[in-house]
Design a protein around this ligand. Structure first.
Ligand code: ZN
Length: 335
């Protein structure tokens, strides 16, 4: 029932395989007299849609957010649009501004493969297209992501969804890149960030706020990197260094460990989250990893609930899971 934004920040951009600090920013609903007042949709949709706006994107799919999205972006600068039609006719759209043409073209070039990759992992139970916007500056980024402006300089990209109540499907889903994303992330980082965010979008319909971060972010990271031709040490340098020094994680990372604080240790949490998902995929197979996500993304999980889900999904309890995950990290880090 909340508008929903997940953001990915820059901390990673310095590394080859960008560490990602992502934070769930939930737009608070207004409580009046104890009753929740649902936002009319997203904040963007509060503005009336001009009747002529559809003509601006004549061959776009019927995604109702497009005319308004384009109108908002045009209030910042002229808009360029790339439409990418998949083999099955599904249409993805990338919007940006003329001086970001390179980023728009790069994302348009990547989106077909990104949708296919995410679908290969997640399955076909999602829209299998994307609406992607490249903001011209931090103000536009904030407008497109409902961000209050706080910390938006830290953010590389965000995925956004309108409020929805299952079993309704999420609407108004889009990925918004910051103005500097292409320059700061480079082609590989841009591609992986797109896959990371697209994974959040694919899984959004079954993802409940408050679910464990190591599940939500670790899964998106696994999806972003699953075809990467990189070693464990390259994908998880902090985790590797610690493991080589004999410091293996005692437990799965807490939600608090993912908070992107300055100078932060969240990097380790992201690598741990990625590694837990990569461990499941390697030892149990990707279908069971997806099953695990679906079982654990249902809200907060205490140790007993996690134990139940792990037993039902993987056939091992929580303690056993953590022990095997630690052994896997130790073996990978030593390789
Ligand atoms: Zn994320």
């Amino acid at each position: 029932m909340t508008a929903w934004t997940r953001v990915r920040n820059w901390l990673s951009a310095k590394r080859r395989f960008e560490f990602v600090a992502t934070v769930a920013m939930v737009i608070a609903l207004t409580a009046v007299g104890g009753a929740l007042v649902l936002l009319p949709k997203s904040a963007l949709h509060v503005r009336p849609v001009p009747a002529v706006a559809d003509a601006a994107v004549p061959s776009a799919p019927a995604d109702p957010q497009l005319p308004e999205l384009r109108r908002v972006m045009e209030s910042y600068a002229p808009v360029v649009t790339r439409q990418v039609c998949a083999d099955d006719g599904r249409l993805s759209v990338v919007l940006g501004h003329p001086y970001q043409r390179d980023d728009v073209d790069a994302l348009a070039g990547d989106v077909g493969a990104a949708v296919a990759e995410v679908t290969q992992l997640w399955g076909t139970d999602w829209a299998r297209d994307a609406v992607i916007a490249v903001a011209s500056d931090s103000a536009e980024f904030a407008a497109l992501t409902h961000d209050t402006g706080e910390g938006s300089d830290q953010v590389a990209a965000a995925s956004v969804s309108d409020p929805f109540v299952p079993p309704a499907r999420p609407t108004g889903q889009r990925i918004v890149f910051s103005a500097a994303a292409g320059r700061r992330l480079g082609p590989d980082g841009l591609r992986e960030t797109l896959r990371h965010e697209l994974t959040h979008i694919a899984a959004r319909a079954v993802t409940v706020d408050g679910s464990p971060q190591w599940v939500l972010e670790g899964f998106a990271e696994y999806s972003a990197h699953r075809d990467a031709d990189r070693t464990f040490a390259q994908l998880a340098p902090t985790l590797t260094a610690k493991a080589r020094a004999g410091a293996l994680p005692a437990d799965l990372p807490s939600d608090a460990a993912f908070a992107p604080t300055p100078g932060n240790a969240a990097e380790l949490a992201y690598e741990q989250g990625w590694s837990a998902n990569a461990f499941v995929a390697e030892r149990f197979g990707e279908p069971r990893l997806v099953d695990l996500y679906r079982q654990l993304a249902t809200g907060p999980q205490d140790a007993a609930a996690l134990d139940d889900v792990l037993r039902n999904t993987l056939g091992i309890g929580r303690t056993d899971f953590i022990g095997r995950w630690r052994d896997w990290i130790k073996a990978r880090a030593a390789a």
